[in-house]
Design a protein around this ligand. Structure first.
Ligand code: FES
Length: 177
C-alpha cells in the first residue's frame, strides 16, 4: 500500500429495514406466547405422569366393643397424610355398620353424587343426603336420587379387638380407593 493511500473501508452493514424489525419483533413475541401456553401444558402432562398413588394407610377407628351388632354409628379418624395446621379438617368422619352377625361395613361419609355428608336415620334404616335427596340403603347401596352408585366403602380389618380402616385420601368417583 502506497503511503498516500487510505486503508480499505470495512464492508457496509446493511441497514435494518422496517420490515426486518417487525418480522423479528413478531418472532420474539410468538416465542414468548408459546412459552406462556406451553409451560402449563407440559406441567399438566408431567403431573399426570408422575402423580403419586392414592395415599392410604391402616388407621385405628376404635375398640370393636364401641360398635354393637345391628347398629350403625358415626366414627372418625385423623388423616395421617395432613399437616399439623390442617386442624379439624384432618378429622375424617365415617359410618361404621356392624351387621347382626358381627361383620362390619365402613362407609365414607361423602355422598357419591357431589360429596355432601350423608346422615344415618335408624328409624328408616336409610342414609340420606341433605343436598339433593340422594338415599342409600343400610348396606350402602343406592336407593334413589342422583347418586350414580352406592356409598364408598373403606377396607377394614380387626386387630387385637380394634377396628382399623384403610383411610387417607377421600374416595371419589374417579378414585373410589
Ligand atoms: S350431593 Fe348427595 S345427592 Fe347430591
Amino acid at each position: 500500500m502506497e503511503p498516500h493511500e487510505h486503508p480499505p473501508l470495512p464492508p457496509a452493514v446493511p441497514p435494518v429495514t422496517r420490515r426486518d424489525f417487525l418480522f423479528k419483533l413478531g418472532l420474539g413475541l410468538n416465542v414468548i406466547a408459546a412459552g406462556f401456553v406451553g409451560i402449563p401444558i407440559v406441567g399438566y402432562i408431567a403431573s399426570a405422569l408422575f402423580k403419586p398413588k392414592a395415599q392410604q394407610a391402616w388407621i385405628a377407628l376404635g375398640e370393636i366393643a364401641q360398635f354393637p351388632p345391628g347398629e350403625t354409628r358415626l366414627a372418625s379418624y385423623r388423616n395421617p397424610f395432613t399437616t399439623p395446621w390442617d386442624g379439624a379438617t384432618a378429622d375424617i368422619p365415617c359410618w361404621v355398620r356392624r351387621k347382626p352377625d358381627g361383620d362390619f361395613q365402613v362407609f365414607a361419609i361423602n355422598c357419591a353424587h357431589l360429596g355432601c355428608p350423608v346422615r344415618w336415620f335408624p328409624q328408616s334404616g336409610l342414609f340420606m343426603c341433605p343436598c339433593h335427596g340422594g338415599v342409600y340403603y343400610e348396606d350402602g347401596s343406592r336407593a334413589s336420587g342422583p347418586p350414580p352408585r352406592g356409598l364408598f366403602e373403606y377396607a377394614f380389618r380387626v386387630r387385637r379387638d380394634r377396628l382399623e380402616v384403610r383411610g387417607g385420601q377421600t374416595p371419589n368417583l374417579s378414585e373410589p380407593v
